[in-house]
Design a protein around this ligand. Sequence first.
Ligand code: KDG
Ligand code: MG
Length: 403
Amino acid sequence: MKITDAKVFVNSPGRNFVTLKIYTDEGIYGLGDATLNGRELSVAAYLTEHLLPCIIGRDPFEIEDIWQYGYKGAYWRRGPVTMSAIGAIDVALWDLKGKALNTPVYNLLGGRSRNGLLVYTHANGKDIAETIEKVHAEKEKGYRAIRIQSGVPGLEKIYGISKDGKAYEPAIRGGLPAEETWDSSKYLNFLPKLAEKVRVEFGDDLHLLHDSHHRLTPIEAARLGKSLEPYHFFWLEDTVPAELQEGFRIIRQHTTTPLAVGEVFNTIYDCQQLITEQLIDYIRMTVSHGGGLTPMKKIAALAELYHVKTGCHGATDMSPICLAACLHLGTAINNFGIQEHMRHNALTDEVFPHAYYFEDGFLHVGDAPGLGVDFDEKKAEQYPYEKAYLPVNRLGDGTLFSW
Ligand code: KDG
Ligand code: MG
């Protein structure tokens, strides 16, 4: 079999997505997700201008060699744009191979290790009362693990909370990035109060998660983790920006609250120290931004040695193709932890019909060959790309801060 063509589609069915389709001389095609929220066109250009011309004519079964060609062959390594582009090709090739061999991708990765994948969803409220209402609503849908985010008194706009009552989407269409204001001390004083109220309302069995979205210093994160210990969270996510991996030692010395990090990582080197020093409990890298299934399988294997489990990033800016790839990985590996499930809107689901389904707190990958996701190009064409930016964040005195 030979790769005959490859095309990149940039559309906005419900939100922006970049989709890669690789065609072969046997009529089988593979799909990959190349979406990088707020930076979509740079990945599309990296693919069309630089990577795709090099794969035409190649045998699509040579997944490892094609991955190394994209990674080592470019000389310029790592980075979200590069790795998302390499990841889209890699995932499309696994999809293609599964279809060619008439088997789901998880069988190519080692076979089924579990029946369903525990997922967590989001409950976001403007205050404690509304967050509790949202937790009730998500629990009724069957979720057993719920991430709680709430507005913080004294902070106008905050990560995770929608102002208009619609599902939260951080990337804003039109204009320049929106600006938010942050105050760590208000947040640190508030969060244990939220946690206490939610635990009292729901008892011990519901798994609770929370995302600090990279805003704390290590010692602040240590304080937060310690203050949440009585409420036994499943995890505390992205407490500090994680470029400084050894910074996690400080957090770890002070708290037993499990730590998750990695949604912005793109190679094994971003988490090597975090894993080998056992400074985290869950690695949050997702398949598309992490360079595809080929490196993610290696990262999961390294993590397994050190009691670290996976918890792949699965916000709505990862298309159903990426979500399916995460589910195949999670189905096959032993150290799967949990999968984020933010739920795509109806239009996105229509454009990407898929075999995976949610039931009783678990996502099931289905038995379709390949990834089990298709892409309706005709429908997607009706929704052209619209430029959108993620917000930026400042402290009260105007200092630029991490969003
Ligand atoms: O594009 C950015 C989002 O994917 C991110 O803000 C979502 O932090 C996030 C999460 O945990 O889902
Ligand atoms: Mg997050």
